[in-house]
Design a protein around this ligand. Structure first.
Ligand SMILES: *Cc1c(COP(=O)(O)O)cnc(C)c1O
Length: 551
């Protein structure tokens, strides 16, 4: 199942699946241990670490307790000793609504014995909480694994595991100081960071063979297994022939993508134009809507000012919405409505084009990313735990337009801020405005008539004759809907700054050589973002494995 990640869940089938896979894995692992080591479980953790990849398999914690207690007659304290040395937890999001919570009645009906064990774990935790936070009744209640009629799976993982990690430096800091600060106060030694990575075997060698060959011709083989070697490309930034070859490779990848989209959805793309790409799940925090509002603004500007002659720009989108996420689907509809309007207006022909790529998936990402000039990473600061497409784009020589969010911060640290287009409010500024309730989106509409016009065009018939299709999107920005305040993702606050970053892109793209040098600096400094480095960090800091040489 691909569930909604934006709203409450309570689907029994999902819990059944989680239990099925977790229990099957544990049974396999315990049988193997019993057959090779025996039924003395005191050394179990020396042979096994179980890395809980998000909250989905956290039911494995009480399930291992159940197997040890009920099937091998281990006592509670010995079983708990095994469990707390075996499990480690990776947190993947700060969106509170995405942390799984199960209604007690669903859990109890489906897994009565496992629920009983969670109750006992919780009873002992609450005693610990009373000692650690005397008279702090909020913490005592809120940190309990069972409260308010629900089972909090993340709390269970943090309490029972020996390690809690975030997936980018900023994300881990926000866990420690914001979302999980009470848990950090209780267990500071458990918290650590493991910045995500992607594999260069898929995202360079396989998906961009021409760039892979360009690299190997200059630094030889070895980077396929040790990506930090890409640093050796830096010395070619002033080599004319290398820069020209890099430009030619990008050009050829753009032609191949244009050919593919002609063939698959009869879209015409101009490889001369800037390929400016935002491909990722559709979610309001990722702010595809900010990108669209800027395109609407740019469209108005070209139509209204005959002297305005920006370089040709193709905006490429790819996104799926979770099945029940109505507003995400409306945003996809809006992107397509804007594409329809813009692509059929002679006044902007050759200057502006919008393409929505259908059925976005890894095999399509492998074609789009090597062909992109600009990587859109524009989430509201503090909301994107890490991001990984930002890394894929970086190693394929696309320049990032982005906020200081998730791994973007580390990307810019590695590549240099002069080789990216950074804009917008920072995470601490967003946090402050939220806590003080000081954000007034109306101020930005009053101050910028072009922005006000674009927002009004969501409902004035420009993109939908009925004026109704995009009304909820409009109202969510201007008034707030469903009890939420207006513009919860700060689109209007960041709009000006985003436009300025886009103007800078238009200006700098005109100088192809300087642009390509920046692309090369990004490629050369993308070594940190190999998943080999990530896994090595897990091996050293959490799993404590010794290396085995493979002959
Ligand atoms: C890498 C990848 C993602 C993740 O993208 P983000 O921009 O980091 O959210 C999502 N979908 C596909 C198909 C990908 O290849």
């Amino acid at each position: 199942l691909y569930p909604n990640d934006n709203g409450p869940m309570g689907k029994e089938l999902r819990l059944r699946q989680q239990y099925f896979f977790s229990s099957a894995s544990l049974q396999d692992l315990v049988h193997h241990y019993v057959n090779t080591v025996g039924t003395d479980f005191s050394k179990f953790h020396e042979y096994h670490v179980i890395q809980l990849n998000d909250t989905h398999p956290v039911v494995a914690i009480p399930e291992l307790m159940r197997i040890l207690l009920d099937e091998y007659n281990v006592g509670w304290d010995d079983a708990w000793n095994v469990v707390t040395k075996t499990f480690a937890y990776t947190n993947h999001t700060i969106l509170a609504e995405a942390l799984e919570k199960w209604p007690i009645d669903v859990f109890q009906r489906l897994l009565p014995r496992v629920y009983q064990i969670i109750e006992e774990i919780n009873r002992r935790l609450v005693i610990e909480l009373r000692q650690k936070f005397p008279e702090d009744y909020y913490n005592q209640n809120h940190m309990a694994i069972i409260h308010d009629g629900k089972v909090y799976m993340a709390w269970l993982a943090i309490h029972a595991g020996f390690s809690v990690n975030g997936v980018a430096a900023l994300h881990t800091e926000l866990l420690k100081t914001q979302e999980l600060k009470n848990w950090y106060a209780l267990y500071p030694e458990k918290f650590n960071n493991k910045t995500n990575g992607v594999t260069q075997r898929r995202w360079l060698l396989s998906s961009n063979p021409e760039l892979a060959e360009f690299i190997t011709k200059r630094i030889g083989h070895g980077w396929e297994k040790e990506l930090s070697l890409l640093k050796g490309l830096e010395k070619y930034v002033d080599d004319e022939a290398s820069i020209n070859e890099l430009i030619a490779i990008k050009r050829h990848n753009k032609e191949k993508l244009a050919e593919y989209l002609k063939h698959t959805q009869n879209e015409f793309l101009d490889p001369e134009s800037i390929f400016d790409t935002q491909v990722k799940r559709l979610h309001e925090y990722k702010r595809q809507l900010l990108n669209v509002l800027h395109i609407m603004y740019e469209y108005n500007r070209i139509v209204e000012d005959p002297n305005y002659n920006p370089p040709a720009h193709t905006y490429i989108f790819g996104a799926k919405a979770a099945s029940g996420y109505r507003r995400a689907k409306a945003i996809i509809k809006l992107i397509n409505a804007v594409a329809d309007r813009v692509n059929n207006d002679r006044r902007v022909r050759g200057k502006l084009r919008v393409v929505f790529v259908e059925n976005y998936r890894v095999s399509v990402a492998e074609k789009i990313i090597p062909a992109s000039d600009v990587s859109e990473q524009i989430s509201t600061a503090g909301y994107e735990a890490s991001g990984t497409s930002n890394m894929k784009f970086m190693m394929n020589g696309a320049l990032t337009i982005g906020t200081l969010d998730g791994a973007n911060i580390e990307i810019v640290e590695e590549a240099g801020e002069e080789n990216a287009f950074i804009f917008g409010l920072k995470a601490d500024e967003i946090i402050k405005m939220k806590s003080e309730h000081s954000y007034n989106p109306q101020k930005y509409l009053d101050r910028n008539p072009q922005l006000a016009k674009v927002v009004n065009q969501l409902v004035d018939g420009t993109y939908d004759p009925s004026g109704m299709l995009f009304k909820e999107i409009h109202d969510s920005i201007v008034y707030g809907v469903e009890g939420q305040p207006a513009d919860v993702f700060f689109l209007l606050a960041d709009f000006d700054s985003y436009c300025q970053a886009q103007e800078k892109i238009a200006k700098e793209y005109a100088d192809q050589k300087t642009w390509a040098r920046k692309c090369l600096m990004n490629i050369a400094n993308s070594g940190k973002f190999s998943s080999d480095r990530t896994i090595e960090d897990y091996v050293k800091d959490i799993w404590k494995l010794k290396k085995v040489t493979v002959k």
